[in-house]
Design a protein around this ligand. Structure first.
Ligand code: ADP
Length: 446
């Protein structure tokens, strides 16, 4: 780029020098022709009747004029004498200066002389005696003047080229440096600024590009982070599932081995069979829960209007025996005709999980209040409550506060995780407030 700028400035300078020289030559040429005209007029004033109109007279007058060519002609342009030619020059009435002199008294012309073979300025004047006197001076043609100036031109060109090289080098430095700085700043991803207004649009484009790249990088990083989180969550899920399956499997395997070995009393055998049945049932439940939890994501089923009021009442009826077993009373504050855009199975899943937990984690003889209106649905109990440090965790997969309790009640810590997953999918908000030892209140905001 530097070289291009340098060559371009050099080329422009040379063309300018040539044009200028040519124009100056023309001006100089015209001025010298004008001067010749004035000199020739002054010379002509020196002509008087003392010169005879013959070759001697012409030579004498020419000598007086420092060798200027003198031609005498009669009134019709027939040459009588010429200081540079010895007769035989014929008639000059076709020469423009002679024609002008015959018609208007004087004439001036510049051209190459056929007699002497050089460029000459002619001035011709008509005198009262009916004759014409013409004086001519050698003059340079414009091309000759141009050619004469060429050596000087070349000298100047050499100086100009040197100057041009220095100026081009300096200007290139001033042009290239800010552009280079822009490129360096852009490459370093820092904000590109320029004090030159011409470079500001470029700086703006570079900044925009940098912002785009940063945005894309952020998106890629975010996606990477999400993928990483998804992978970790999948690993954790698999490890939890394995752990949950391990307990019943070990128990089934152990009792099966004991039965196989024989020697057990019939009472012991009954316990073994019962345990194997219970544990295999638990295993089946676990698998069903896991399948249910996983299917929520892929379930692309359409929502429809569900009469949640009717569904809630129906479910409370079904759960009442379970509550009665522990002497737990249920207060219903269910508005009539609450219609929710969802699916029957999704709403019964959330409702069932929350109410079953309220029964499961309640105190004997406690009470439950179920509230439902078009804005929200709450299940409040007077049970064991949740410690503040566990409030955030209860919605996580496989989280159970009391690990020992886990086995007894068949809870895998998936109920609230399922409820949360359905809520997120439906755009609802699920939350919990609780005081340890006093009770909990689960709320779903539609
Ligand atoms: P689980 O099958 O163990 O009940 P959940 O996901 O339904 O699984 O609940 C997770 C944990 O949250 C439970 O193990 C329990 O410790 C706690 N929990 C849920 N509901 C209540 C409640 N109403 N009162 C007190 N603790 C609760």
């Amino acid at each position: 780029m530097k070289w291009r700028i340098w060559l371009l400035s050099l080329g422009i300078t040379l063309v300018c020098v040539l044009i200028f020289t040519f124009a100056a030559t023309q001006v100089y040429y015209r001025s010298s022709i004008n001067d010749s005209k004035n000199y020739l007029r002054v010379y002509m004033n020196g002509f008087s009747g003392e010169y005879p109109l013959n070759a001697e007279g012409a030579k004498e007058f020419s000598e007086k004029l420092n060798g200027a060519r003198v031609t005498f002609m009669d009134g019709q342009g027939n040459v009588l004498a010429d200081s540079l030619a010895d007769g035989g020059m014929g008639n000059h009435s076709d020469r423009s200066e002679v024609i002008d002199a015959i018609l208007h008294g004087e004439g001036f012309a510049v051209r190459g002389s056929s007699t002497v073979g050089k460029n000459m300025a002619y001035y011709c004047k008509s005198f009262d005696g009916g004759f014409l006197v013409r004086i001519a001076l050698f003059t340079d043609s414009d091309w000759k003047i141009f050619a004469n100036t060429l050596p000087t031109l070349l000298e100047f060109s050499a100086i100009i080229i040197a100057l041009c090289a220095i100026i081009a080098f300096i200007s290139t430095y001033f042009i290239i440096t800010p552009v280079k700085k822009l490129a360096e700043d852009a490459a370093a991803n820092s904000k590109v600024v320029s004090k030159y207004s011409e470079l500001r649009p470029v700086a703006e484009i570079l900044n925009e590009r940098n912002r785009d790249i940063k945005r894309q990088l952020d998106e890629i990083n975010k996606e990477k982070e999400l993928a990483e989180k998804a992978r970790a969550s999948k690993d954790e899920f698999i490890s939890n599932v394995t752990h949950e399956m391990n307990t019943p499997l070990t128990s089934i395997h152990g009792y099966a081995e004991l039965l196989d070995a024989g020697g057990m009393s019939s009472e012991q055998q009954r316990t073994a069979y019962k345990t194997i049945l219970n544990q295999s049932e638990r295993l089946t439940n676990l698998i069903a829960c896991i399948i249910n939890y996983s299917e929520i994501d892929s379930d692309g089923l359409q929502s429809y209007e569900v009469d949640f009021s009717a569904l809630a009442k129906e479910m409370l009826c079904a759960l009442k025996p379970e509550a009665d077993k522990r002497n737990i009373s249920i207060a219903e504050r269910i508005d009539e005709g609450v219609i929710i855009m969802s699916r029957h199975e999704r709403l019964s899943e959330i409702f069932g999980n929350l109410v079953r937990n309220a029964i499961k984690y309640n105190k004997h003889g406690g009470c439950i209040t179920v509230t439902l209106n078009s804005r929200e649905f709450t299940v409040e109990d007077t049970g064991i409550g949740i410690a503040p440090e566990n409030l955030d965790k209860v919605f996580s997969r496989f989280f159970t506060v009391d690990k020992s309790h886990n086995g007894k009640n068949g809870g895998f810590g998936l109920g609230l995780a399922v409820a949360k997953k359905i809520c997120i999918k439906s755009g609802w908000e699920i939350s919990v407030e609780s005081v340890l030892g006093k009770g909990s209140k689960f709320k779903v905001k539609f």
